[in-house]
Design a protein around this ligand. Structure first.
Ligand SMILES: Nc1nc2c(ncn2[C@@H]2O[C@H](COP(=O)(O)OP(=O)(O)OP(=O)(O)O)[C@@H](O)[C@H]2O)c(=O)[nH]1
Ligand SMILES: [Mg+2]
Length: 279
């Protein structure tokens, strides 16, 4: 399976982002804490490089706590403004606001001294499904954006007001035209940043179990039972499918349901809090 997903709306969004970046005072770059480096979009980096950027490692509740701490430290060592977050937690709002105010302190002070009441524009960007709209909703005063547990929910850019002197620009998740590194693409597919409709779910589920057995064998055993390492992978996989009841009426394995089931288990944290990028 070769993974690529770069529909027309992403190209358009990247062009719009380029224009909006010029108008914005700051950027919130939402990364997935399970893939903090794989969820960097090389196309975005060049668009926003001259702006103050707050990197948010969102979905920290699904990632390995220790790995998140290390990634946050690594980014800080690179001179980045960075926080980790669970968008639905009530403390998240102030955590982001405090950082934005710190980043824009000079500008805010200048404007306050001149007695000018300025509204600061912040563009929220990132690959699909990292929680951009959820974060905006956590920050917004009333107007809400649509969120959903699949990639490609936000279709258009949209300004949303905040209580403080900030407006936020929600943007659709964007990827890039070609994944040179298919292992990286797989990780993005596992966390749900690539629309499932463009993927072969049967194959993806199998690839996920293959990956997890190699990286996190203990978590796999805890969730799906002991397995014999000397067996062929397909035998092990079939065993897990049977353990989880992914069986058709004719007693054959239901590979589609299995693929969906294993992916869902991973994405909802049932296999454990796992960070896929290595640190
Ligand atoms: N576990 C967990 N789920 C989250 C968190 N933040 C968002 N989600 C869920 O992740 C899914 C995607 O959230 P969205 O806010 O729609 O993501 P998005 O980045 O706007 O997605 P696109 O618009 O498709 O690019 C939704 O099901 C959210 O409920 C978080 O901190 N933890
Ligand atoms: Mg969205």
């Amino acid at each position: 399976m070769i993974i690529n997903w770069f529909p027309g709306h992403m190209k358009k969004t990247l062009e719009e982002m380029q224009k909006n970046a010029k108008l914005c005072d700051a950027i919130i770059y939402v990364l997935d804490a399970r893939v903090p480096e794989s969820s960097f979009n090389p196309k975005i980096d060049s668009i926003v490089e001259h702006k103050p950027i707050l990197y948010v490692l969102n979905k920290a509740d699904l990632a390995d706590e220790n790995a998140t701490k290390k990634f946050v430290q690594k980014f800080k060592d690179q001179g980045k403004n960075v926080i980790s977050l669970v968008s639905s937690e009530s403390k998240s709002k102030n955590k982001i606001l405090d950082e934005l105010k710190k980043m824009l302190a000079e500008k805010i002070e200048k404007n306050n001294n001149k007695n000018i009441n300025v509204t600061y524009k912040v563009m929220v960007i990132g690959v699909p499904n990292t929680g951009k709209s959820s974060i905006i909703n956590a920050l917004a005063s009333n107007a809400k954006t649509v969120t959903g547990n699949k990639a490609g929910v936000t279709k258009m850019t949209q300004w949303v007001k905040m209580q403080s002197n900030f407006v936020l620009l929600d943007t659709p998740g964007t990827l890039w035209p070609k994944f040179e590194d298919q292992n990286l693409a797989l990780k993005l597919a596992f966390v749900g940043s690539i629309k499932d409709d463009v993927l072969d779910i049967e194959e993806l589920g199998f690839a996920l179990i293959d990956y997890l057995i190699k990286r996190f064998p203990k978590n796999v055993v805890n969730r799906y039972g002991e397995f014999d390492q000397t067996q062929e992978l397909i035998e092990i996989y079939n065993g897990f499918c049977k353990n989880r009841g992914f069986i058709l009426k004719n007693k054959e394995i239901d590979y589609l349901r299995a693929g969906r089931g294993f992916l869902d288990d991973f994405r909802t944290g049932k296999i454990g809090r796992l960070t896929l990028d290595e640190i």
